[in-house]
Design a binder for this molecule. Structure first.
Ligand SMILES: [Fe+2]
Ligand SMILES: [Fe+2]
Length: 378
């Protein structure tokens, strides 16, 4: 059986030094090249609708396109300090219920807390933007590598969706916020691993199930929290696309995984676990602590103990609330003697296994259709 050491490069998922040793040492370069190790696959079987669920998703995607330039209220003025104060009022922050004595926050005044809120927002939206570019590249790769015509058709619509997502997050950062962050080292490592893998289904598992499953949950959380009308609208539209993307992963892999051996399934289970840990690590937001002049080692330690002691942390909960039920639907939790179930228990996220999976949820999240219907009846 493969060990944590082999999967993660460390025995303990919470090993502080090993987490801090993963850094982005390539901050100044404009491009980053990754080997994608895969053959481009033609299929001569053009029968449209051979996979009805994917065909339905493709038809839905064609009518759900929106224009990032003209469908969002870009004229909205954004006062980031006000946004931070409003978010703080709506949400319990990191300090909630924590004893700050002896921590880097002990002497902080409102000024520092506001600055932390601003930096966190710049960081969060920057990471979303980089993740969206990861999705753009992964989905372009799926167009090439997936052997089914219905999946190639659908994936092509997702390429357009992801281009639009990169575009709107970049525009929001450039015109409404106050600074970019480079890609987080853990996120970059995960995206590189996904693109590196030669097997077409691993792109789906890494991107559509894990990264996009987490993004869907994180966007939902942010959408709920923010009262800033432009970001709220942007997130609603992005989420309605993302729900289709996660459904694409669930529907495609469901069929494929039914034919895999235990040994092949174990490789997928290990990859899902690795992705879950990398994504948790990225939310430690090391780069923000660095920019705030706070002791990064202290902070990461605090967060690791805070998170593992607080299974009811609402943000942590929501992040994995889509991933775990989708992994369950795909049969990933229990194969090979409950391997992934045990791992998800170790990182305290198994409690979401019976939440709604995303196979059908995209119909409920079609915000564009709702807006169009409302405009017609007005
Ligand atoms: Fe996206
Ligand atoms: Fe997506």
């Amino acid at each position: 059986m493969t060990t944590n050491e082999e999967i993660l490069g460390r025995t303990d998922a919470n090993d502080l030094e090993a987490i801090l040793a993963i850094t982005n040492d390539d901050m100044d370069s404009v491009i980053h090249a990754v080997k994608d190790n895969a053959d481009a696959i033609f299929t001569w079987d053009y029968e449209k609708g051979a996979r009805p669920a994917l065909n339905k998703l493709y038809e839905k995607a064609k009518t759900s396109q929106w224009n990032g330039e003209t469908d969002l209220p870009w004229e909205t003025d954004v006062d980031q300090e006000q946004v931070v104060l409003a978010n703080a009022a709506n949400n319990s922050g990191l300090d909630e219920g924590m004893d700050l004595t002896g921590t880097p926050f002990e002497k902080w005044t409102e000024k520092e807390w506001i600055r932390l809120g601003i930096e966190s927002q710049n960081w969060t939206l920057s990471q979303f933007m980089h993740g969206e570019q990861g999705a753009l590249l992964c989905t372009a790769k799926i167009v090439e590598t997936v052997p089914w015509i219905d999946a190639k058709y659908y994936a092509s619509t997702q390429v357009m969706d992801e281009a639009r997502h990169v575009e709107v997050f970049a525009k929001y950062l450039d015109t409404k916020l106050t600074g970019h962050y480079p890609i987080n080292a853990h996120l970059r490592m995960l995206l590189d691993d996904i693109i590196n893998d030669s097997r077409w289904d691993m792109t789906y598992l890494g991107m559509q199930i894990m990264v996009e499953g987490l993004a869907l949950a994180a966007f939902g959380f942010m959408h709920m929290l923010t009262e800033e009308p432009l970001l709220k609208q942007l997130l609603r539209y992005v989420m309605s696309d993302e729900a289709r993307h996660v459904a694409f992963g669930v529907l495609s892999l469901k069929e494929y995984y039914e034919g895999l051996s235990d040994a092949e399934m174990l490789e997928r289970q290990e990859f899902a676990f690795e992705a879950a840990v990398r994504m948790r690590d990225r939310f430690l937001q090391q780069e923000v602590w660095e920019r705030m002049g706070v002791d990064v080692r202290r902070m990461v330690h605090l967060q690791l103990t805070h998170e593992t002691n607080k299974n009811d942390d609402p943000f942590q909960q929501l992040l994995f609330s889509k991933i775990v039920p989708n992994c369950k639907k795909l049969g990933l939790l229990d194969r090979n003697d409950f391997w992934l179930r045990k791992k998800f228990s170790e990182i305290n996220v198994i409690q979401f296994e019976d939440w709604t999976d995303t196979g059908e949820e995209y119909e409920l999240l079609d915000e564009l259709a709702k807006d169009r219907a409302a405009a017609e009846s007005a």
